[in-house]
Design a protein around this ligand. Structure first.
Ligand code: MG
Length: 376
């Protein structure tokens, strides 16, 4: 497969603070374990992915979503003969910088920061978490992760050119990340599109007929499932179809990446880095399927009245709490309050709120502002 393009752990640029090697875990395996043991990782459990808990205990949260991304990415890395440890580590850390209330929370934090000419970006926040906010080691701040893991985090959603994002200039701007890191964004896309469809089906926001009518890739699979299992329940037929759809997308990612790597002529990790665009790619058919799925979800799920109501509620509460701590920095926890003396207060307030789980946010809001009205 693509073993020639695998990033060898021995070539890692290493850690900021040199450490002795572990007797049986290599550097990427240790990074994976450091992430799993981090507090920010555990908090993913109480952060919304798309659907807020309350209606059902079956919806994904950010932790179960992360496990699904990891499963997809490891499968692809393993078939492609890439470094599974680096891939798994990057999958586990990919959403660690997400604030409460999913995308709405991220947009609102960014909107608040823009009032001060600043901004919030969950990938950069993730780097700050692993570089300084996690305090588990006596000899250095943060988790002291290897360069390649930090680089993969910096380039999770996109690559950048020198000077474009000054705070990321140490992460080889202008170059592609290793193929292991390139797999994460597309694995994320497979995981969230299919999981959101599943959760939307559970929430009765969409039904099988509607999906089949608007997503040809789903319809093609659904037709054969209906012939194969005419007596099966709606839910069973939906699950059978979804399962095969995930398989189609993962296979498409694997085949597309092999084809792109082949066409590029890249024969080494350095050639992957130098190549003008990323080599991790869907096949044309799976790219279409992914795009159809995404636009279906935008039309019927993300913009649905139920989710829109959640979103507006979360946005308003976040704006209130942000303003409250700006007005009352004395109510911040000691370490954040201390930071407001040395740096702009909006930065400390943003970091404090960004680290919150949805449930901690709610408790804090009730403590300092007012009882939250029950959801209608
Ligand atoms: Mg994700």
């Amino acid at each position: 497969m693509l073993a020639r393009l695998r990033f060898p752990v021995a070539r890692s640029l290493g850690r900021r603070h040199p450490e002795p090697e572990h007797p049986y875990r290599n550097a990427f395996q240790r990074d994976r374990d450091r992430i799993i043991h981090a507090r920010a990782f555990r908090r993913l459990e109480a952060k919304t992915q798309v659907f807020t808990p309350g209606l059902s205990d079956h919806f994904r949260n950010r932790l179960t979503h992360t496990i699904e991304v990891s499963q997809v990415a490891r499968t692809a890395a393993s078939v492609l003969a890439l470094d599974e440890d680096l891939t798994e580590t990057l999958a586990l850390v990919h959403d660690i910088g997400h604030p409460p209330f999913a995308h709405a929370g991220e947009q609102e934090l960014n909107r608040q920061m823009r009032r001060f000419g600043d901004h919030f970006d969950h990938n950069i926040h993730a780097l700050r978490i692993v570089e300084s906010f996690e305090q588990r080691y006596a000899r250095f701040p943060g988790l002291n992760l290897t360069f390649e893991v930090r680089e993969g985090m910096a380039k999770h959603s996109r690559d950048f050119v020198p000077g474009e994002i000054p705070e990321l200039d140490e992460y080889l701007p202008g170059l592609r990340p290793p193929l292991e890191a390139q797999l994460i964004d597309l694995s994320d896309e497979i995981a969230y599109n299919t999981a959101d469809l599943d959760d939307a089906f559970s929430a009765h926001l969409v039904d099988a007929g509607q999906i089949a009518a608007e997503v040809p890739a789903y319809a093609a699979i659904y037709e054969t499932i209906e012939m194969q299992f005419p007596g099966a329940a709606q839910r069973e037929k939906f699950q059978e179809t979804l399962r095969q759809l995930i398989d189609t997308l993962v296979s498409g990612l694997i085949e597309g990446t092999v084809a792109a790597a082949h066409d590029s002529g890249a024969d080494s990790v350095d050639a992957v880095r130098q190549y003008p665009h990323r080599l991790a790619a869907f096949t044309a058919a799976s790219q279409d399927a992914s795009r159809e799925l995404k636009s279906f979800l935008h039309r019927h799920v993300y913009s649905s009245p139920a989710l829109d109501q959640d979103r507006r509620r979360a946005t308003a509460m976040m704006a209130d709490l942000f303003q409250f701590f700006l007005d009352h920095p004395e109510r911040l926890p000691d370490d954040y309050r201390a930071r407001t003396e040395a740096e702009p207060p909006h930065r400390a307030v943003c970091d404090y709120i960004a680290g919150m789980t949805d449930s901690f946010f709610h408790r804090t809001y009730e403590q300092v502002l007012s009882p939250i009205p029950p959801q209608s």
